[in-house]
Design a protein around this ligand. Sequence first.
Ligand code: ZN
Length: 506
Amino acid sequence: MAKFYITTAIDYVNNIPHLGTAYEKIAADAIARYKRLSGYDTHFLMGNDEHSTNVEKAAREQGLDPKEYCDRMETVFREVWKRLDISYDDFIRTTQPRHVRGVQALFEKFAAAGDLYKGKYEGYYCIGCERFYPEKDLIDGKCPNHKTTPQWLSEENYFFRLSRYAGPLLEHIRKHPEFIIPEIRRNEIVNVIEGGLEDISVSRAASKWGIPFPNDPGQTIYVWFDALINYVTGVGYPESNGMFSRYWPADLHVIGKDITRFHCIIWPAMLMSAGVPLPRTVLGHGWVQFQGERLSKSLGNIVNPLEIADRFGADSLRYYVLKEVPLWRDGDFTWDLFIQRYNSDLANDWGNLFTRTISMIHRYRGGSISKATAADGLEAVIVDAIRDYRDAFERYELEGGIEAAWTIIRRANRLVEERAPWNLAKDPARAGELDALLGALAVALQHTAFLLYPVMPSKSSLIWETLRLTPSLDQVRFPEQGSLLPPPPTGTPLGESQPLFPRIER
Ligand SMILES: [Zn+2]
């Protein structure tokens, strides 16, 4: 069985997850679920980045030992991911022994390759970013991200010979254009590398909250070098058999565009130095920003979009961000657009197709269907939708996949209007027509649930169960190109109709 190993960035635990962090996890989750439906042995890794001066500071401010603080934050993060239906297979923490062991092993490899040396480092250091800035990159003497004045640091550190890898990196990117997507990120990275790479400092003398440098306990491994390595330690590095041989190299690192340089220059150079194969693709996604205006009575005092998951279900938040914020660009979350999308797409389109189909099956046929074929031209619509959906998901254009699923929803809803089953039901001579129509609608609904499962797992599963389909959606696989899924059972009483997405009143 082919494998698919997907990771997200691991998160600093000095703050609770926000919408931007959630967006990345939701997108990666949709991709992981899609790959499982496609029959891949999928491994989805997430985790927390715990060795940071910021984390240590946050812990001390709360009067906690950093490890104790990180334990608490693990619970907080996992709770949020659970609420959002994120189906990760493993959750790594950079304080875990499995990670520490792997980091030190990789550093031994750098040393053996002659890529580490000791030198003096002086420069402007932003604690928020955990990185040095050349003076030319500061804006009015301040960090471009944090707008704070960086510290002047001067200390003896270990350096990694990044400069050695400019040529090999360019060569790799040229041979494997899919290594960095989207193209705009690839061009950025190529420009940076062509501008020349300097060796970088990979240890800190001042910080003690981190992984000790092998054979030099006075130094701690720089948090970024520590964090990046989670992608290999998460599958068992330095063991070379078992998990590691099964899943490495990673097929997709999903990360924010602000950290592409770490993932597309430093990380592959580290792997080259250690003789470990490079990940296939790094996707640097855009940002989702939250426009916090409040304009609805029913939203009350919700100010954090994550609370939308408690109020209206995780599915509606997942749908919104995946539809409105393609991975290729930035986007906004606004309550206005959220309510609009929710009411029109979810309540009116998909919700209505579900409610009316199931209600009619109960009203006219006592709750079960006697035919289950995609009559009335629906078969071709579904076959095309599956093809377009897969094409889009394979390119990580999740919004295109959603759009493909919606062609079935729209066609099925239009069919109800055109065929007016309420009239067919009055005419006994047309009973066969009504049977065929209800069966076709059930099949259409089934396929929308299947295709939208990676995006909205909860409501899709509800539809699936209402149609009495087995096995459960996580066990179902795509049908062969040109075919449909095995149909819902005939003669079996279906579940009740219920509002899938009750309208939000302003
Ligand atoms: Zn900064």
